[in-house]
Design a protein around this ligand. Sequence first.
Ligand code: URA
Length: 258
Amino acid sequence: MTERLDKFISAQTCYTRTDIRKLLWKRKVTVDGKIIRDGEVKINPEMSDVTVNGRKIIYRDKVYIILNKPEGYVCATEDKNKKTVMELLGEDIRRKDIFPSGRLDKDTTGMVLITNDGPLSHRILSPKKHIPKYYIVKLAEPFEEKYVNIFEQGIEIDRGEKCLPAKVRQCPDCENMAFIELFEGKYHQVKRMFAAVDNNVEKLTRIQMGGLKIPEKLGIGEYMEIMHKDVENLLKTPDFEEVFSSVGGNFSSYWINK
Ligand code: URA
């Protein structure tokens, strides 16, 4: 398999076609150690050693990044006024075709998948595919046991807008914290669900998508690329009680520095 050098650089980085022409002209591109100034040169994406500005371009077809989103960033590729999660990524991993799969609110923290895999993103977000997302919620008022049944029935959050059945539990030994599983992602859904039972969400963090929990070592604002087997875990539907008990007594640790 061969590909034009300029197309390869364009697909694997954030450089525009014009940037690439200039970089080639300025002798900033090498292939297997040799300076190349012709963008039409054919390379083998998997075998050729390409550098731009001294940085090796590592060939990736599909990219999967897990980010621990801080407050204050929006889940978008571009925004005129607000900081986007893409700005948290280093230059070595940024490229034009990646996007956040789904949205967390600006003030929500936690697990976000950034990828260039459109079909996978669709599978994760589609309620029909039944991939759960798990959140820890800090409430303004104490959790009430009646929420368990109300959410299980599918709560109406606006006149006529009904949610799919959702499981919710009070976090052990913490009356103001809840753990919730959702199979869909309506706008401000968790906040609107608790507002519908006259409570208020003060803090919200997503800790797991499908069978993949956010790695504990991933600090706020940090990200990591995930491997193929982890991508498969994303597509699993785990047992709610198992996920809930796997968090154990660690619920509040998700708020540290958050
Ligand atoms: N529900 C919300 O209200 N906000 C989020 O960011 C995610 C789920």
